[in-house]
Design a protein around this ligand. Structure first.
Ligand code: MN
Length: 307
């Protein structure tokens, strides 16, 4: 078994002015983060989370490893919020899936109400437990699913990354097989589109995860688009796992650069946004280093010629 095609898409929705969601779609590593906080702080929190997950994610294994990456993301966001008064109190959800193709499993870690689902044989199974006020009321039997769906405080989460120095991370390991789909999404999808409708759209666009992701985002917007909506969708296929390239050297990444990068605008049509701003920002130091090496090489060449 191997990870087949994968798609990550995000959209601002129809009510919000900014997109505070971020995602990682770097097979075999996937994540969704839904930020919160005043001004630009929610965007910053989700992008810091996505960058930390992407940076640490591929080199780790197992539930402890994935939870550790999420805790590292938590620490970075918290430290930033303590330093920067404009970012005080910012936070984000994070739902991470790391596929082990050899073991035919995925390790999930999550904090907040962004969800992970496995779709198999026509059944959509929610893998994560919402860390939200209404989620807890439903679990304790004091609210029905239908009441939760329209509850005025349905977006209040009870756990977030970045709001405290430490965080409790839920983890689980699931089995996977060829033909499965795994869906990660922010509540902009799960609060707007019923699960039977999600199933219908996954089936209708079964041949292409990009089409399916676009259809899910379109459905969230058709239902009102009250929140930013993010979908990461990947399929499991038959075949040998590919040999995956080693991760880029983390030392070349510069957090201060990535934090000051302008945030990319989500495409209103739900087209792919090339991952997230922080990830793109992280490449600049490597590019500068390459330019510096080229400059030194050119100088040495010139020096050898004039001597
Ligand atoms: Mn949201």
């Amino acid at each position: 078994m191997r990870v087949g095609r994968a798609a990550g898409q995000t959209d601002t929705g129809r009510r919000r002015r900014q997109n505070e969601d971020a995602f990682v779609c770097e097979p075999p590593l996937f994540a969704v983060a839904d930020g919160m906080g005043g001004a630009q702080a929610g965007e910053l929190a989700s992008r810091l989370a996505a960058a930390a997950i992407e940076e640490g994610g591929v080199a780790i294994q197992g539930e402890e490893g994935v939870a550790g990456v999420v805790r590292t993301a938590n620490a970075r966001i918290f430290e930033h919020s303590v330093r920067d008064p404009n970012a005080a109190g910012m936070g984000t959800t994070a739902t991470v899936a790391l596929v082990d193709e050899e073991a035919e499993t995925a390790t999930l870690a999550h904090v907040g109400d962004s969800r992970a689902y496995r779709y198999r044989d026509g059944l959509l199974e929610q893998l994560t437990t919402d860390h939200s006020l209404v989620g807890e009321l439903v679990r304790s039997g004091r609210l029905t699913e239908d009441e939760a769906a329209v509850h005025p405080h349905r977006s209040v989460i009870t756990r977030a990354l970045g709001t405290e120095a430490d965080v409790d991370v839920d983890t689980l390991t699931i089995d996977l097989r060829a033909g499965d789909l795994v869906l990660l999404c922010s509540d902009g999808l799960s609060a707007m589109v019923r699960e039977d409708e999600i199933v219908r759209l996954l089936e209708a666009a079964r041949s292409d995860p990009h089409d399916a992701a676009a259809a899910l985002i379109a459905a969230a917007n058709a239902a009102g688009g009250e929140d930013n909506v993010t979908v990461v969708l990947f399929e499991l296929a038959e075949g040998e796992p590919p040999s995956r390239p080693a991760q880029t050297v983390p030392a070349l990444r510069d957090d201060t650069t990535s934090e000051s990068q302008p945030v990319p605008e989500a495409d209103a049509n739900g087209d792919d946004v090339s991952r997230h701003g922080a990830g793109k920002g992280g490449r600049w130091p490597a590019l500068l280093l390459l330019l510096a090496i080229l400059a030194v090489a050119a100088f040495l060449l010139w020096w050898s010629l004039v001597r």
